[in-house]
Design a protein around this ligand. Sequence first.
Ligand code: 13P
Length: 288
Amino acid sequence: MPLVSTDDMLRAAQAGGYAVGAFNVENMEMAQAVVAAAEKLRSPAIVQTTAGTLRYAPPELFAATVERLARNCSSAIAMHLDHGDAYELALDCARAGYTSVMMDGSSLPYNDNIEITHRVADAMRGYGIPVEGELGAVGGKEDARSADKAAEPAARYTDPDQAAEFALRTGVSSLAIAIGTAHGLYKSAPKLDLDRLSAIRARVSAPLVLHGTTGVSYAVVRECIARGICKVNVATDLRVVFTQAVRDALAASPEAIDPKAYLKYGRAAVQARVEEWILAVGSENKSI
Ligand code: 13P
């Protein structure tokens, strides 16, 4: 089917008490893996690329690849810009065929975050594209490799009252919140502020997004979903799984020279892991 926007997907998840996985991809093989997993489990899925990934290859290439994969898939697939860092990038993605964008102004002062997010949400309305905003600071840095990522101090977690005001003033369709997760690999299991999540959910009706999910146990992710998370972002886990599988394949066949011969192992490993995540977030058989 054609690419869909994240709006209906996330509203259905909110109503149904499950979440939709949003999987970061870096290449064609990872995109194939996500769509194949969604097809197999009849699950909706969000394929997403960061601003950093789009400096490696432009949005037109990812949009065309994923649009073609989605067209041959009977499950609903959305194409999302993850951690968009500029108004122009959101526009580039919209024009390229993305069906959802994030404007991450969370590193800016509060009023500047509202202003840029509102501006992007306004512009995207013309394209029928929903916008995810972010308030508070998710620790670590997306696209970084480091294994020493720590959660931000609690003082930088999302404030529930401010979240309600932010959602109202920006007009976002979904909101990423900071409750103790961090992007990348954790040194030790993170301790999430689940009561804060419930308090935010009580004040914000827009679907809530969990970032920095790699390293959070499936059980804790499920608890977050029970308390109102509707979109679960997974990036580092898939990068690790893909790279390890390719590394193993090359170690087993050092004479290999054909990329197809080893990238297929990365693809298969990512598909298997995405299937696990789909079952963990409860979106199997929920394709709209
Ligand atoms: P992880 O890299 O921890 O999975 O976080 C993913 C994410 O939040 C992407 O926006």
